[in-house]
Design a protein around this ligand. Structure first.
Ligand code: NAP
Ligand code: ZN
Length: 347
């Protein structure tokens, strides 16, 4: 066992506060690492506030974790002391089912073990996440970080990055694609960067006019303010793929109408309430609604390498631990450019 310091939510209605706890001793395939940076994902806020149903408390949130290896178990082959390492949204899975065997550990038949708000596979130990100074992980569930990237900007790649990279790859985005990204937040701005890097024509749909210049800087060709009346009318049937990253429930119908024949609207944001959709918006043009959730370990490493090769990181606001509660409030107001990342030396 080793002592760790972090920030935790002790119950739904409470703000985060300093929290001391212990991590397990290093097993044969475990890696211990000092956390350097930890991103704040909107999923942290949903779960801290039980917007997805009952949560497990005390909760140390955080699933965008970057650090430097300080210990390796006897059988570890992927990492050595001093290596840069990243951990994302899950820390374990059964490791044996068909999905785990083809690198889709996030769809493990027995369920993945979330990085926090989850029990370890013993069914009783609470998994504590990345808002802390030290972590232990089985090497299978960690990735290597390219050495040429800014590490604070790398942390959000572990969730926000992979969550957009995976659908962008799955739906074969290329220079021929017309891609829409709804919501320019932590996830959305990564989607713009990836789709633009693959040569797609990218449009941002946003309810924050003040984000237009950044959207274009990230690689979007167009910016649509969805607070304008009838914004969707001129865009009817103009898109192949639209990725919805909004954390609140929105009306999907206008976006469906923007899809061309056989186009797909991918649901990525998780507001916790059901969507209503008009059948006609799907029937006309054989449109689809699909969903996408993070990505498996091989794809996470592939994305990291892609980011290294293309110099892609998240644009971040670096904060100290004592700013986390304010960062939550600002994230809820869509007032973050574009991801809060905690400097873990402040825990
Ligand atoms: P975020 O940084 O808060 O970004 C969400 C964006 O949605 C905001 O910046 C805002 O963009 C837009 N938005 C927020 N409230 C809105 C409203 N009432 N009406 C219209 N637009 C609104 O959040 P995030 O960390 O990117 O996460 C986004 C969602 O994805 C969350 O629900 C999160 O839980 C979920 N998520 C899913 C996965 C997955 O695997 N599928 C993984 C991680 C997170 P504009 O200001 O540009 O309008
Ligand atoms: Zn996340």
């Amino acid at each position: 066992m080793r002592e760790a310091k972090g920030y935790a939510v002790l119950s739904k209605s409470k703000p985060l506060e300093p929290f001391n706890f212990s991590r397990r001793a290093i097993g044969a395939r475990d890696v211990g690492f000092e956390i350097l940076f930890s991103g704040i994902c909107h999923s942290d806020i949903h779960q801290a506030r039980e917007e997805w149903g009952p949560s497990i408390f005390p909760m140390v949130p955080g699933h965008e974790i970057v650090g430097r290896v300080t210990q390796v178990g006897a059988e570890v082959t992927k990492f050595k002391d001093g290596d840069l390492i990243g951990v994302g949204v899950f820390v374990d899975s059964c490791g044996n089912c068909d999905n785990c065997n083809r690198g889709m550990e996030h769809f493990c038949r027995e369920g993945m073990t979330g990085t926090y708000n989850s029990l370890e596979r013993d069914g009783k130990t609470i998994a504590f996440g990345g808002y802390s100074n030290y972590f232990v992980i089985n090497e299978r569930y960690a990735v290597s970080i390219p050495s040429n990237l800014d590490l604070a900007g790398v942390a959000p790649l572990l969730c926000a990055g992979i969550t957009l990279y995976s659908p962008i790859r799955h739906w074969n985005v290329s220079e021929k694609s017309r891609v829409g990204i709804i919501g320019l937040g932590g996830l959305g701005h990564m989607g713009v960067k990836f789709a633009a890097a693959l040569g797609a024509e990218v449009t941002v749909f946003s309810h924050s006019q003040g984000k237009m210049d950044d959207a274009l800087k990230f690689g979007a060709k167009k910016f649509v303010n969805t607070d304008q009346e009838e914004w969707h009318k001129p865009l009817r049937k103009k898109f192949d793929l639209i990725l919805n990253t909004v954390s609140a429930e929105i009306d999907l119908d206008p976006y469906l109408q923007c899809l061309d024949t056989d186009g797909t609207l991918v649901i990525i944001g998780l507001p916790g309430k059901p969507y209503a959709v008009h059948a006609g918006s799907l029937l006309d043009g054989r449109r689809s609604i699909a969903g996408s959730m993070i990505g498996g370990m091989p794809e996470l490493q592939e994305m990291m390498n892609f980011c290294g090769e293309n110099q892609i990181t998240s644009q971040v606001e670096l904060i100290g631990a004592n700013y986390i509660n304010e960062a939550y409030e600002r994230t809820i107001k869509s007032d973050v450019k574009y991801r809060f990342v905690i400097d873990a030396s402040t825990f």
